[in-house]
Design a protein around this ligand. Structure first.
Ligand SMILES: Cc1cc2nc3c(=O)[nH]c(=O)nc-3n(C[C@H](O)[C@H](O)[C@H](O)COP(=O)(O)OP(=O)(O)OC[C@H]3O[C@@H](n4cnc5c(N)ncnc54)[C@H](O)[C@@H]3O)c2cc1C
Length: 259
């Protein structure tokens, strides 16, 4: 095992919801993974004050290369960097990344996407601690994959041209989202319904707990109004689950990861 390096990260600044402790985090490479919880950009992860055992990929995993007709993207690469690369090089299938914060590693793990456009659509393989593994070794579904190891690299098929109309259409969908710090959608949409609609129906739109508010623009976004805490978030999450279950018999499932 090579020398392990560490980095202090203040998650109250680093995470997209601006909640979390300032702690020592391991810098991960292919030969030093030891079961830590991996953080990409923490745009979908709520981190408790007592969390330990976190890791982020080393900066060497920030790259985009074209090799033998495939796109090889380092797991720490920002989604927007890949989007810009594909736009510039006329590569289709990644238009949805334009307004989707996070890293490629986190996005592959989450099977992130917008509507039917998901990161797994063009995925061919991932590089983990055990080398390259084909996509068919994993399961991908709506905002979920069963990947339980670090994604050091994602390999994508190059097919289709960059779709400028789709790009515009997807950007429009995003234009009415809350601008305050958040983790995006807190819950997955249940079958044939919308988590935001259900949360609004149980009277929680605009509800405030401490420094966290259920957004008035989109009730499935819980936003940090300044001094929001982990407990404020947890309270609103549990309250939404309780009310929606009591009123509709539907158990909302978190899209975000809570650690
Ligand atoms: C304003 C806003 C809007 C959003 N809109 C959308 C949307 O439209 N669609 C959508 O799908 N998501 C959306 N999200 C959520 C978020 O953008 C995605 O889930 C994103 O892919 C998370 O990337 P990340 O690097 O921040 O992951 P993190 O939050 O850091 O981690 C998420 C999960 O991935 C794992 N992980 C992270 N990096 C790696 C790695 N290298 N290897 C293995 N596992 C890893 C973590 O352990 C964790 O389980 C939104 C978020 C925000 C804040």
């Amino acid at each position: 095992m090579e020398n392990v390096k560490w980095k202090i990260i203040d998650f109250s600044k680093f995470s997209s919801i601006k909640i979390g402790p300032k702690i020592k985090v391991k810098l991960l490479s292919e030969d030093n993974y030891n079961g830590e919880f991996i953080i990409g950009k923490a745009t979908n992860t709520l981190i408790s004050p007592n969390t330990e055992n976190l890791a982020v990929l080393d900066d060497r995993y920030k790259y985009i290369k074209i090799k033998n007709g495939y796109l090889h993207v380092g797991g720490k690469t920002n989604n927007q960097i890949l989007y810009n690369f594909c736009k510039k090089n006329n590569i289709g299938g990644f238009e949805f990344l334009s307004k989707l914060p996070g890293t490629i590693g986190g996005s592959v793990k989450m099977n992130a996407g917008v509507k039917e456009y998901e990161i797994s659509n063009h995925l061919a393989a991932i590089k983990t601690t055990e080398g390259l593994k084909e996509k068919k070794e994993f399961e991908f579904s709506y905002r979920h994959s069963n990947i339980n190891e670090p994604v050091f690299e994602a390999v994508f098929e190059i097919k289709g041209k960059f779709d400028f109309d789709l790009d515009l259409e997807l950007k429009k969908i995003r234009s009415n989202q809350p601008k305050e710090p958040s983790l995006g959608s807190v819950f997955k949409n249940p079958d044939n319904d919308y988590a935001g609609r259900l949360i609004e129906s149980v009277g929680m739109k605009g509800m405030v707990k401490g420094g966290v508010k259920v957004s008035e623009i989109h009730a499935n976004f819980f936003v940090n109004t300044g001094d929001g805490t982990f407990d404020d978030m947890l309270f609103l999450i549990n309250e939404a689950k309780k009310r929606v279950f009591e009123n509709f018999g539907i158990l909302l499932k978190e899209e975000i990861k809570i650690i």
